[in-house]
Design a protein around this ligand. Structure first.
Ligand SMILES: *Cc1c(COP(=O)(O)O)cnc(C)c1O
Length: 362
């Protein structure tokens, strides 16, 4: 059976053991006679699946008891709207740190609901750097500060949390959740689409401090977009994405089996160091992100010409490494090396880069 090294930014590679377990369970889950895709979400088979997924995520992320875990749909993108609608009243002030396209989209949705203020932006450097934020930059009446923990497209990351004083932090962790250790208690709300580093598309995980879940939200907010209804119904206000939740559960167990997030973070550091160390001395390949803000998960780099980029990508494909083409807004290449990417994949990529450089850089 053929498996490629898939460097896609998302949906991305899953651990082989997770896929194999899903294959075993596919037709008849634990010999119950139905697949998870066919069973009622209220059945005695599915309820333990969702409960175990939540319990396992709580263990691996060390989520405090005063936080709720919600399994939602609509992608990380729906949270751009749900967050202001649930955490604020129309017209309220909120603050956004603009570090890339997803941050910008979140800000634009925030503006539809209230007085969203862009307090800092990395746009001048085409988002190759994370702007510095200090508490005096945040409007005094801002209900929260929203930021994107890891910028999937540009390959930059907040290596330390932004300094926002005593303001509430709301964070999009779509591309770095489970890849790096976070102290959940430092956040008011964390959200992430599952398809980057914890499963498949169709599931969004929201981790929210319970006191922020209001039941007096604006009555115009659709029921499906209310955290209080989702929390009260244990994420089963309507039919949840059962298969995606089952897959996420397998991924959470996989993280635990690997020694937890700290062990994976060390491996991720090793993988990204391999690439960055090579990029730092290469004459052919140039890193995009500012050194201080480099992502552990998405490594962006360019070659001198478009022709060379194409030739290099073709060579990668030939060797079983796919989806390394950069996002159109950055160009060049991007290697997304989430938890499930084995170090062998990164070693092969670096060897291929070396060889390409030797051949083409006389
Ligand atoms: C992929 C991504 C999104 C969009 O996620 P969807 O689940 O497709 O809505 C948002 N933010 C970040 C940081 C991402 O990487």
């Amino acid at each position: 059976m053929k498996r490629l090294y898939n460097f896609s930014a998302g949906p991305s590679m899953l651990p082989l053991s997770v896929l194999e377990q899903a294959q075993k369970d596919l037709v008849s889950y634990q010999d119950c006679g139905s697949s998870v895709m066919e069973m009622s979400h209220r059945s005695k088979y599915f309820e333990p699946i969702i409960q175990d997924a939540e319990a396992t995520l709580r263990r691996v992320m060390n989520i405090p008891d005063n936080y709720a875990v919600l399994f939602l749909q609509g992608g990380a993108s729906l949270q751009f709207s749900m967050i202001p609608m649930n955490l604020t009243n129309q017209g309220d002030t909120t603050a956004y740190i603009i570090t890339g396209q997803f941050a910008k989209k979140a800000y634009q949705e925030g503006k539809k609901w209230g007085n969203a203020v862009a307090v800092a932006s990395g746009e001048e450097s085409n988002f190759s750097e994370i702007p510095t934020v200090t508490p005096d930059m945040i409007p005094a009446d801002a209900k929260y500060v929203h930021f994107t923990g890891n910028n999937t497209i540009f390959g930059t990351t907040f290596n330390t949390l932004p300094d926002v004083g005593d303001k509430l932090l709301v964070c999009d962790l779509s591309s770095t959740i489970l890849g790096k250790d976070f102290d959940v208690s430092k956040f008011g709300l964390i959200y992430a689409g599952a398809q980057k580093n914890m499963g498949i598309a169709g599931l969004t995980v929201v981790i929210i401090r319970k006191d922020l879940i209001r039941s007096d939200v604006d009555p115009i907010v659709p029921s499906m977009m209310r955290y209080d209804l989702m929390a009260k119904n244990d994420s089963m206000y309507n039919t949840p994405p059962c298969w995606a939740i089952y897959m996420a559960g397998l991924c959470f167990h996989w993280v635990e089996d690997q020694g937890g997030i700290a062990a994976l973070e060390a491996k991720n550091k090793e993988k990204s160091d391999l690439l960055y160390d090579y990029l730092d001395q290469s004459r052919m390949f140039h890193p995009v992100a500012a050194k201080k803000d480099r992502s552990l998960m998405n490594v962006t780099f360019t070659l001198p010409t478009e022709e060379q980029t194409k030739a290099f990508l073709a060579l990668c494909t030939e060797r079983g490494m796919i989806n390394i083409k950069g996002h159109r807004s950055v160009g060049g290449c991007r290697a997304s090396i989430y938890n499930a990417m084995p170090i062998e994949g990164v070693q092969l990529l670096v060897e291929t880069m070396k060889e390409f450089e030797e051949k083409n850089m006389a």
